[in-house]
Design a protein around this ligand. Structure first.
Ligand SMILES: Cc1cc2nc3c(=O)[nH]c(=O)nc-3n(C[C@H](O)[C@H](O)[C@H](O)COP(=O)(O)OP(=O)(O)OC[C@H]3O[C@@H](n4cnc5c(N)ncnc54)[C@H](O)[C@@H]3O)c2cc1C
Length: 305
């Protein structure tokens, strides 16, 4: 019996409310809405179901992919050969106590940003325009408008799906840096605590509205995953791509956004491999023109690179 079969057998007794899905399309769980299936997919509804999955996974050597809201993920058309795990509804709780906010790893960032403002807090408004989950934001050290997770995070609770080790990790232990952290592929952020500040009357609402307006005016819609490349030190990836003449450049079903050159959009029914192919072309051309190598910000799954 191979490892996936052994895992399926171990999971069968876990009593998961959504069951175990084989060859489950995970491309549609991403904001690109392209890409292939995961060999196995589970969505634990709550902490008990997650414990059962961890119990089963620790006995097997399979690759793990944690899927948040898929807003920074590109899954290849060939898919992912392993176990994909997405936290379910039981991980969307929000609790506010004074200036401390505790929320589940699956909580949507825009929902959380609006809730913190409604509760008279400031410091998390930037997240209203970032369509990810809190767990994904910790892993990516998401940020914008002059702030990021590192600036507001107090601690995150993680569980490693392959070892079963559960840790409450203070922000300083997470190695949060520009769109990176040391949260590994098998580490699942189940919840996090933010430390915010009391806002002067109505201040948060105003900041929130300004950010929503800015995003509407400056970012493209359609199928994308936000900024594709990280900004090199002292420059912006969008400027470099634009100056290399790539705005509007197309590769199959993928195109460099006319509105923001660091966004790549894909057509309805398009291909993840086209997005990957366009990324390769962009990297090559920017290197030729500027002598600078761009690095992917989006997390690419199932690509041979
Ligand atoms: C229109 C648009 C605008 C965006 N703007 C911004 C922006 O301003 N700033 C910014 O930083 N990002 C931005 N992004 C990117 C994205 O929203 C963030 O990176 C977000 O934090 C990703 O969260 P997610 O839940 O969607 O993660 P996913 O895309 O699902 O996953 C991303 C990574 O996080 C991991 N992960 C997901 N959930 C968990 C979890 N619970 N525990 C552990 N690991 C997990 C995944 O395994 C993967 O490695 C934008 C995206 C879009 C589509």
């Amino acid at each position: 019996m191979d490892d996936l079969e052994a895992l399926a057998t171990a999971l069968a007794s876990a009593g998961l409310s959504e069951g175990i899905r084989r060859d489950h399309p995970i491309g549609p769980l991403t904001t690109y809405r392209v890409g292939g299936p995961a060999s196995m997919f589970v969505r634990p509804a709550d902490a008990n179901e997650l414990e059962a999955i961890v119990g089963a996974a620790t006995a097997c050597e399979v690759e793990i992919l944690v899927v948040g809201l898929g807003s920074n993920l590109l899954v290849s058309d060939g898919g992912f050969a392993g176990l994909a795990v997405q936290l379910g509804a039981g991980f969307q709780s929000i609790g506010v106590s004074g200036e401390m906010v505790t929320a589940g790893g699956a909580t949507s960032l825009p929902v959380l940003a609006r809730r913190t403002v409604a509760d008279g807090l400031t410091g998390f408004e930037w997240a209203v325009g970032v369509p990810g989950s809190l767990g994904g934001a910790v892993r990516m050290n998401a940020g914008g408008h002059g702030s990021d997770m590192a600036s507001v995070l107090e601690e995150a609770t993680t569980i490693n799906l392959l070892t079963g080790v559960r840790r409450v990790r203070p922000v300083d232990s997470l190695a949060l840096d520009y769109r990176t952290s040391d949260v590994g592929p098998a580490d699942l952020v189940t919840s996090a605590v933010l430390r915010l500040e009391a806002a002067p009357d109505g201040a948060g609402e105003e900041i929130l509205a300004g950010i929503v307006r800015w995003r509407r005016e400056n970012q493209p819609g359609g199928r994308n995953a936000g900024s594709v490349f990280t900004n090199p030190p002292g420059d912006s990836a969008g400027r470099l791509i634009d100056a290399a003449g790539l705005r509007g450049h197309r590769y199959g079903s993928a195109v460099v956004s006319e509105r923001h050159a660091n966004f790549i959009q894909v057509d309805d029914g398009g291909s993840a491999d086209d997005v990957g192919g366009l990324m390769d072309e962009v990297v090559r051309r920017v290197l030729d023109v500027h002598g600078i190598r761009l690095h992917a910000e989006i997390v690419m799954v199932g690509f041979r690179r």
